[in-house]
Design a protein around this ligand. Sequence first.
Ligand code: ASP
Length: 438
Amino acid sequence: MVKVVKFGGSSLADAAQFKKVMKIINAENDRKYVVPSAPGKRSSDDIKVTDLLYRCYETAAKGEDITEMFAMITDRYNTIIKDLELDLDLSETFEKIKNSMIHKAGRDYAASRGEYLNGLIMAKALGYKFIDAADVIFFKDDGSLDSEKTNTVLGDVLKEHENAVIPGFYGIMPNDTIKTFSRGGSDITGSIVARAVEADLYENWTDVDGFLMADPRVVKNPCTISKITYRELRELSYMGATVLHEDAIFPVRTAGIPINIRNTNHPEEAGTMIVAKSDGYDHHKVITGIAGKHGFSVINIEKDMMNSEIGFGRKVLEVLEKEHISFEHLPSGIDTMSVVIATEALEGKRDRIINNLYAACSPDSVTIEDGIALIAVVGRGMKNEKGTAARVLKSIANADVNIRIIDQGSSEHNIIIGVDDEDFEKTVNAIYAEYVSE
Ligand code: ASP
């Protein structure tokens, strides 16, 4: 069995966290390939090393002195090295990085050093081989990941080593410059490594017990989801639930490798298993999770006899396409069509869109309503259980909330509910209580 283990920044924020991580890795021989993030926050008012590096880069770019700021970074690493009692001296490497920053080696180069340095420390502490991500993770000229080249080279290199540490977050461009993924991108590296070594499991260690059924800022003490499919996860992540970088799903999903979200601070917890397919679900709960977002608007278009006008929908969507706006949902009636859109996408375009809709489709009226929150109720169990929609809607009615939009995906995996912004929390809690506190 081969496991790839990725540790987030809070899991590696200081030597005490490093020790927990080492214990986890050493507890199982299968944990062969390790992907570290840069040291994160040690407390809520601390600064992540990645953020310090970005600041250093910006200061250097202005031609200002970075000595003091850079010392904060080297201090973080030196304290970890000292507290772990490692025989490792990174002073030459620090000097090289500082010089490259002064000579404007680039923003991504600067940010990537957080993972690079942590990888060196981790490799030393574990006695594992260090593989620089710049030698094995390749981007194309357009900045997208060259996944096939990466998979081949990385797979070949790692075949040579029974154990290795591969720093997260970055790779190399065809012109030999460093490029990072977007923030939180070490999750993607972990997924790429898991695919390359054909791992049996990708463990993603973080500081929460797993994926929660609802946002803990909205629902008090929500349950942890023990098993979720990639598809359900996509739906929940899209609607605002975050634990894993969105792009981390694709490499392992292609290869059918499950992801296990685990908590470095509670390794005894099983966490959340993310799987390709699951026939089973908790019959008691039926739904897997609830997520939602504020900030949506609805464009309502009315026209008598709309139902018999062929091409009406296309004309409406063409107006939006010309404005580069993507829509979320399209609820429609006989003589009405509504388009749900993120409010910020309409900024500066409202009048033009209304005018263009009148010109393109000669409707009787076009109105835009703001202040809508969307809630996704997601669950693979919905397909098999009758009455889910009725239960969801009844729980919302009992909470005295007026539903503005209802949309059930054809996959029967999700029901989307639109409510007024101020009813958002009440609605999420009502649905959660209906399914969980029985
Ligand atoms: N260190 C990077 C960040 O803070 C990448 C990561 O942690 O995944 O975004």
